[in-house]
Design a protein around this ligand. Structure first.
Ligand code: B12
Length: 215
């Protein structure tokens, strides 16, 4: 089976909510030493996004969306330890990352955190539904170089802007670079927020952090 076909099979397993098959494919990808980030982005993520479309079209309902996310998360739990094999002894920089308050979508943020760790960054993942103040507090305490804020809902995106406004209010905006992410985030939104950048996937997130820190 070609890689592209394998990614499609993974995506289909997620869309069909077939946990046994999805788990089998995750293990196969690990055992066969495939490029796991491609497996995640082109297989599993494609599947969960397709579920999102089916939900929007009224073909799937909330229980299916939740089940799909659960299966995806279980597979990520298998894959993540194998993604995090990079040089843990050197830290290229510190990143505090969170999904903003009011938003429980965590899958994409977790993948970004995992990839950054794999590339040697020290990542503090605060989880999902995290208040603006808490994100900034942790960034100060951890002496972060970068603050990453994820938002998947148009209603919670405003929280991303609030992080930057709060940094300005506290007169510490120059201490951190702020990067944004999540499906609804666009270049225009990033400019509007006066953020330092955004990335559409985990690979681009690594490139972005690298370019902002120069290492
Ligand atoms: C899975 C899912 C859920 C799961 C989340 C489980 C979890 N633990 O994360 C559950 C079932 C819980 C859920 C709940 C809801 N969901 Co939902 N969900 C999705 C779905 C299908 C996929 C999201 C996902 O995981 N994608 C896969 C990952 C890999 O992609 P990603 O998140 O985009 O992340 C990538 C990039 O964006 C980027 N990135 C992400 N974060 C960051 C951060 C930084 C710093 C950087 C640089 C990059 C970056 O890199 C990531 C890796 O490639 C989306 C559809 C979609 N197309 O996004 C809807 C979607 C986001 N959900 C939606 C909605 C409406 C809801 C609910 C309100 C439903 C309800 N009525 O209860 C609730 C929200 C509750 C809340 N308060 O948060 C809508 C949002 C509509 C809108 N425009 O606001 C969407 C778009 C579905 C739709 N088509 O309508 N959802």
């Amino acid at each position: 089976m070609s890689n592209e076909n394998f990614y499609n099979e993974i995506s289909n397993a997620i869309v069909k909510l077939d946990e046994d098959k999805a788990t089998e494919y995750a293990n196969k990808a690990i055992n066969e030493n495939l490029n796991l980030i491609e497996v995640v982005e082109k297989g599993f993520a494609l599947g969960i996004r397709t579920i999102g479309e089916l939900w929007e079209e009224g073909e799937y309902f909330l229980p299916e969306l939740m089940r799909g996310a659960q299966i995806m998360q279980n597979c990520l739990d298998l894959l993540i330890p194998h993604l995090q094999t990079a040089s843990e002894q050197i830290s290229r920089g510190k990143v505090v990352i969170a999904t903003i308050e009011g938003d429980i979508h965590s899958i994409g943020k977790t993948i970004v955190a995992t990839m950054l760790r794999a590339y040697g960054y020290e990542v503090y993942d605060l989880g999902a539904d995290v208040p603006v103040e808490k994100i900034v507090e942790e960034a100060i305490e951890k002496e972060a170089d970068i603050i990453g804020v994820s938002a998947l809902l148009t209603t919670t995106m405003t929280g991303q802007k609030k992080v930057i406004e709060f940094l300005h209010e506290k007169n510490i905006a120059n201490k951190f670079k702020v990067i944004l992410g999540g499906a609804p985030v666009t270049k225009t939104w990033v400019e509007d927020c006066k953020a330092d950048g955004f990335a559409e996937n985990a690979i681009d997130a690594v490139k972005l952090v690298k370019s902002l820190l120069g290492k």
